[in-house]
Design a protein around this ligand. Structure first.
Ligand SMILES: Nc1nc2c(c(=O)[nH]1)N[C@H]1C(S)=C(S)[C@@H](COP(=O)(O)OP(=O)(O)OC[C@H]3O[C@@H](n4cnc5c(=O)[nH]c(N)nc54)[C@H](O)[C@@H]3O)O[C@H]1N2
Ligand SMILES: Nc1nc2c(c(=O)[nH]1)N[C@H]1C(S)=C(S)[C@@H](COP(=O)(O)OP(=O)(O)OC[C@H]3O[C@@H](n4cnc5c(=O)[nH]c(N)nc54)[C@H](O)[C@@H]3O)O[C@H]1N2
Ligand code: SF4
Ligand SMILES: [Mo]
Length: 754
């Protein structure tokens, strides 16, 4: 893996001290640097463009201007948003670039270096046996695509990542269904799939039941497995305001994330500058990774013991509550505390805080979903919310914090292997034929099927399928079995140079959200639909030759199907796509009028302020969640000799403060005191046990591979637990997969460090 070794050469000084609050001054400094730079004006204009922020699903921006959130509050853009836009405003890659640099040279680049090459601005192809990508015309792209998509439906597949608009997502899945394929893998499979599966089973609806407005009425937020200060910075404003009105914030995380203790937000400049930030956590529970079910069952047990459960509510609005209560009653405190590593006193105090609050929101992210029992995690949180009567009222409920800015919209548009029955019926009417009943591949199935040579054509609508998966070696092998791979993207990434197809790999450049020549829409994690205005790209002919995703998809479809039963080219008018969405996607009726009235809206049937749920009997369905059997493999299972020194730790992989998923923007993570990408954050006691000094170089070994020359950084992480950055760490392990959702357990990876 050359890109892993490469940046080890840039040894960074490690004297920089970590800040005492998240956000705050470093963030403001970043803003100033960027907006005063030579491209500062362009950046300002783009920040003010009427479109949703590209970065996370908190959903800032839209028709009221780039800085306004869903509640109409101003000053809501974070540094991450600036970072994302700055990357999109880079110059285009020069016309002779791919002639000059060979594939093997491109394979030496790190993630950050790939991104810094600039914007993709003309289509290129790598043919097998060739040493260089070469430019091709769109006409040739369409010829190749027409052939590649004429293959049997079970041999074609796609993967998508939620930065594209609803319209592109809707069209893409419509094209795949029309071809008879359900192979619509999506980044959500690696992300919040357990939330969707879990919540759908419990409440009949797979998304957050809390709107931003409702969150403002909460008096307690339980934030579980989320590093919101880095990944959803504007959510922090809500937590600051909640603390100001006397509310409580309970954090559940094996790692102390500094911004969850104290956070400086530019929305509250006085506090940030004078007081060094606002207090966030009222309680901070450092549990063992993967043990959240044990903690939540413990909370349920303690709520019962303290007589803080809402029995009348359970009777009236839920099913199977007796079984859930019985399980909690009967399990021993010992089993609970030894699994989660927290004391009975800590759990009791937390249960009291939850049970005595009026309106509790339970919010979570990847610490909950990226586990071998991700769906059970979600069930156990939902059970706790229900036992305390905190679902279906203002200021309370379950709230998965979504990742990519439009990943939830892609789910709503039907970009997934399992289509909801209502959508299926509507689409089959639209296409004038029944849809295929063959189950589709989600992301992990797709990789496994490809490795077995079962896929010939793969279309990647954004994302980085290669680097996002565990076991990069397998991902690379799998992709190399696919005849034709299309990467539709705005900027180059590792996957474009390492995830190569068998006969041909194409990289197709497209406009981003604020450049499209037509209006589009996106959906935030809070179920709010944004309207994005048309825009203009700084990349211009003759050097640049980009198209919109809509044009690309409709042109392929037109060539495959002609005009019947759908006039695909007519769909290049996105208002027409929105008409179809209004007719086929539940809750999206209002999108049919958005072109006329410009009214952004909350999707119908998702926000619950009454305890009536869209399940068969209108009640929430509760499920018993068994405590997870958390064991560690033997040293030998990781290929280590019995006398090998070192230590076994549970590695959690995740994001630094300077990256967006597989794309690295900055090498250092100041907040965790990690000066570069090749660090492992460990507890000092573990370091002592293993005989490691701070800044010592070690090797980290998992079940799929090892990374040498990794710097040990002492940090505020629980004993027995360690943290590294992805995607680099994805060479290390194969990951357990949650059988109920297909999501990999990226947050609980046993490794040997020596
Ligand atoms: N700046 C930035 N913003 C982003 C992204 C980005 O890469 N960069 N990515 C976007 C995407 S797609 C997503 S999905 C989100 C991700 O947002 P998050 O989910 O906040 O990000 P992660 O870094 O994956 O880590 C989540 C937290 O889970 C904790 N954790 C690990 N194991 C456990 C456990 O067993 N239990 C509990 N309770 N906690 C645990 C980790 O210590 C970490 O603090 O962010 C979105 N926003
Ligand atoms: N070890 C480990 N692995 C993980 C995770 C983890 O926590 N730990 N997290 C997982 C999660 S939560 C996720 S969501 C996945 C992320 O997986 P992906 O979504 O597959 O990856 P990204 O890095 O977000 O994709 C970035 C690329 O998207 C392209 N892009 C950006 N904007 C646009 C656009 O407007 N249109 C198009 N077509 N392309 C665009 C750019 O080319 C950019 O390089 O990774 C997963 N993998
Ligand atoms: S919190 Fe998310 S949506 Fe809001 S400005 Fe920051 S990155 Fe954009
Ligand atoms: Mo994600």
């Amino acid at each position: 893996m050359p890109h892993q070794k490469r940046s080890l050469d840039n040894s960074h000084p490690t004297t920089e001290s970590s800040p005492s609050a998240g956000g705050g001054l470093p963030v403001i400094q970043y803003w100033v640097e960027k907006t005063l730079s030579p491209t500062g004006l362009q950046l300002w204009q783009t920040l003010n463009h009427k479109s949703a922020c590209l970065s996370c699903a908190w959903g800032t921006g839209g028709q009221n201007g780039g800085f306004v959130n869903e509640a109409g509050e101003y000053l809501q853009r974070c540094a991450k948003s600036v970072e994302a836009i700055a990357a999109e405003l880079q110059p285009g890659i020069k016309p002779d670039f791919f002639q000059t640099y060979s594939l093997s040279q491109l394979q030496q680049l790190t993630s950050q270096e790939c991104d810094r090459l600039g914007r993709l601005s003309y289509p290129v192809i790598l043919r097998s046996g060739s040493s260089h990508y070469e430019r091709i015309s769109w006409a040739e792209v369409y010829q190749i695509a027409t052939r590649a998509f004429s293959l049997p439906p079970e041999r074609i597949a796609s993967y998508s990542s939620g930065r594209s608009a609803n319209e592109a997502g809707f069209l893409w899945q419509l094209l795949m269904r029309s071809l008879g394929s359900n192979n619509l893998a999506d980044c959500a499979d690696l992300c919040h799939a357990p939330s969707t599966v879990g919540l759908k089973n419990v409440f009949g609806s797979g998304t957050s039941m809390v709107s931003l407005e409702s969150l403002k009425h909460s008096d307690c937020v339980v934030l579980i497995g989320s590093n919101a200060p880095a990944n959803h910075p504007r959510l922090m404003n809500e937590l600051i305001q909640l603390r100001d009105r006397g509310g409580k914030v309970i954090i559940i995380n094996p790692q102390i994330e500094i911004g969850l203790v104290k956070f400086g937000s530019p929305a509250f400049p006085i506090k940030s500058f004078l007081k060094g930030g606002s207090d966030i956590s009222s309680l901070y529970l450092q549990l063992l990774p993967g043990s959240d079910v044990a903690l939540f069952v413990g909370l349920q047990k303690s709520l019962i013991e303290q007589n803080l459960i809402k029995t009348a509510y359970l009777h009236a609005y839920t099913q199977n509550w007796q079984a859930v209560l019985d399980y909690a009653r009967n399990i021993s405190w010992d089993a609970i505390t030894s699994t989660c590593g927290l004391s009975q006193e800590e759990i009791t105090a937390t249960a009291y805080m939850i049970g005595t609050s009026e309106r509790v929101v339970f919010a979570w992210a990847m610490g909950i979903t990226q586990q071998a029992n991700g769906v059970d995690n979600v069930f156990s949180i939902a059970n706790t919310a229900l036992i305390t009567g905190n679902a279906g009222k203002l200021g309370a409920g379950t709230m998965p914090i979504r990742g990519h800015s439009n990943v939830q919209g892609f789910g709503s548009m039907g970009v997934n292997p399992n289509l909801r029955a209502e959508i299926k019926q509507a689409l089959s009417q639209l296409l004038g034929k029944p849809l295929s009943e063959t189950p589709g591949y989600h992301t992990r199935h797709l990789i496994d099927a490809a490795e077995l040579g079962k896929i010939d054509t793969l279309f990647c609508l954004g994302g980085n399928l290669y680097a996002a998966n565990p076991n990069l070696q397998q991902a690379q092998r799998a992709l190399s079995q696919i005849e034709t791979v299309f990467y539709v993207a705005t900027k180059p990434n590792l996957g474009h140079f390492h995830g190569l197809g068998k006969y041909q790999t194409l990289i197709l450049p497209v406009f981003n959200r604020f450049e499209n020549p037509h209006k589009t829409t996106t959906e935030s994690g809070n179920n709010f639909v944004r309207l994005n205005d048309e825009g203009k790209s700084h990349l211009q002919a003759p050097d640049a030759d980009l198209i919109s995703e809509i044009e690309l998809i409709t042109e392929i479809a037109q060539r495959l199907h002609g005009d019947a039963p759908i006039n695909w080219r007519k769909l290049q008018d996105t208002a027409y796509i929105r008409e179809l969405i209004a007719k086929t996607i539940p809750g999206y009726q209002k999108i049919g009028e958005i072109d006329q009235n410009k009214q952004e809206f909350v999707i119908e049937g998702r926000i619950f302020t009454e305890p009536k749920f869209p399940t068969a009997d209108g009640k929430a369905q509760m499920f018993v969640t068994d405590l997870p059997p958390l064991s560690l493999p033997t040293k030998a299972a990781l290929g280590m000799a019995e006398n090998q020194s070192g230590i076994m730790v549970i590695l959690g992989t995740g994001r630094s403060y300077g990256q967006h998923n597989t794309v690295v923007y900055r090498q250092a993570d100041k907040y965790r005191g990690m000066p570069h990408r090749h660090c492992i954050l460990m507890n000092s006691l573990d370091m002592q046990k293993a005989g490691f000094q701070p800044q010592q170089r070690v090797t980290v070994r998992g079940d799929a591979g090892e990374l040498p020359n990794i710097e040990v950084i002492p940090g505020a992480i629980r004993e027995g637990v360690a943290f590294m950055f992805y995607p680099e760490a994805n060479v290390l392990f194969t990951a357990k997969i949650d059988p109920q959702s297909g999501t990999p357990a990226y947050k609980r990876v046993p490794v040997w460090v020596y």
